[in-house]
Design a protein around this ligand. Structure first.
Ligand code: NAI
Ligand SMILES: Nc1nc(O)c(N)c(N[C@@H]2O[C@H](COP(=O)(O)O)[C@@H](O)[C@H]2O)n1
Length: 252
């Protein structure tokens, strides 16, 4: 559990209008999507490929766990799952931990073992994951075997584009088959850039919440920058803690 080290940092009031319950998705087939991550001043989310990098201050990290409290699912790409060994639970209230969702089209990531997510699950401090898998892997890869406690969300994968999965199909399936009404997407770089780019076509993201840490990570860092150019944000609100700044917005 967190000790509230910095009670003067009120993140709850400014976040309120951006939470799923404040503006439920008007769609009946898609969950409320919050894209949220921490970045440096030069738009890097880690110091380099496969390097877990602490960017958030203690109090903005606590804010992330508050966001976890308000979402039914928490999504990351398999590269982040493999290099960060994340817990993805909610330390403010274990019972309200979101369901971890790992986008892993080829089924490379392993849940069972020494990983934090599995250990939290065994101690009833976190939920078991859903792995989003390509139909090519599920039906055609003879080496693929189902893992204990893992549920699979099988989405049609592109046969020509490296098992690429369509975001709209992923979210629709998670809504329909797993009844997830709100999902926070944390990263990493590929997931953020691809989702931001897909949003321009499908209007998928409901809230964008970014922690900005006062640090440069340099040109070896993993960059956040959508492929298809400029994206304008609206309903923008900034607030500042002891060290980090936080930007909340919707995407125009
Ligand atoms: N500062 C922060 O808030 C965060 C930082 N990170 C950092 O990000 C870095 C990892 O980022 P990346 O290497 O870009 O990996 P990633 O975590 O975005 O995973 C990429 C992989 O996920 C799969 N994938 C994701 N979306 C897919 C789709 N639509 N269709 C098919 N496959 C899909 C693919 O296998 C792809 O290679 C790590 O260093 C990690 O520490 C990760 C999360 C948050
Ligand atoms: N909010 C935030 N700040 C940072 O500085 C980070 N590096 C991250 N990373 C994300 O959080 C996951 C780790 O979660 P646990 O604390 O282990 O539950 C990591 O995998 C990234 O998704 N986030």
């Amino acid at each position: 559990m967190f000790l509230l080290m910095t009670p003067q940092f009120d993140y709850k009031t400014p976040l309120e209008p951006y939470l799923p319950h404040s503006k439920p998705s008007i769609s009946t087939s898609l969950p409320f999507i919050t894209l949220t991550y921490a970045q440096s001043l030069d738009s890097k989310i880690s110091a380099g490929k496969n390097i877990r990098t602490a960017l958030s201050h203690e109090e903005t990290k606590e804010m992330t766990h508050y966001l976890r409290l308000h979402h039914a699912g928490i999504m990351i790409g398999c590269q982040t799952a493999m290099c960060d060994d994340p817990g993805l639970n909610c330390k403010l209230d274990f019972d309200k931990s979101p369901r971890p969702i790992i986008i892993d089209p080829s089924g490379k990531w392993k849940f069972n073992g020494k990983g934090k997510m599995y250990q939290f699950f065994l101690k009833k401090q976190g939920k078991p994951p859903i792995v989003v898998l390509s139909s090519n892997t599920f039906y055609n890869d003879k080496k693929f075997t189902k893992q204990d406690y893992v549920e699979y969300c099988v989405v049609e994968g592109s046969p020509t584009d490296n098992n690429r999965l369509d975001w709209n199909s992923i979210f629709q399936k998670l809504y329909k088959d797993f009844h997830l009404r709100s999902i926070m997407v944390e990263g990493g770089g590929f997931v953020i850039n691809d989702l931001l780019s897909a949003h321009a076509v499908n209007n998928l993201i409901n809230s964008l919440i970014i922690t900005i840490a006062p640090v440069y990570l340099g040109n070896k860092g993993v960059t956040v920058s959508p492929y298809n150019g400029r994206i304008d944000l609206k309903d923008v609100k900034w607030f500042t803690g002891t060290r980090d700044s936080v930007m909340c917005s919707r995407i125009g």
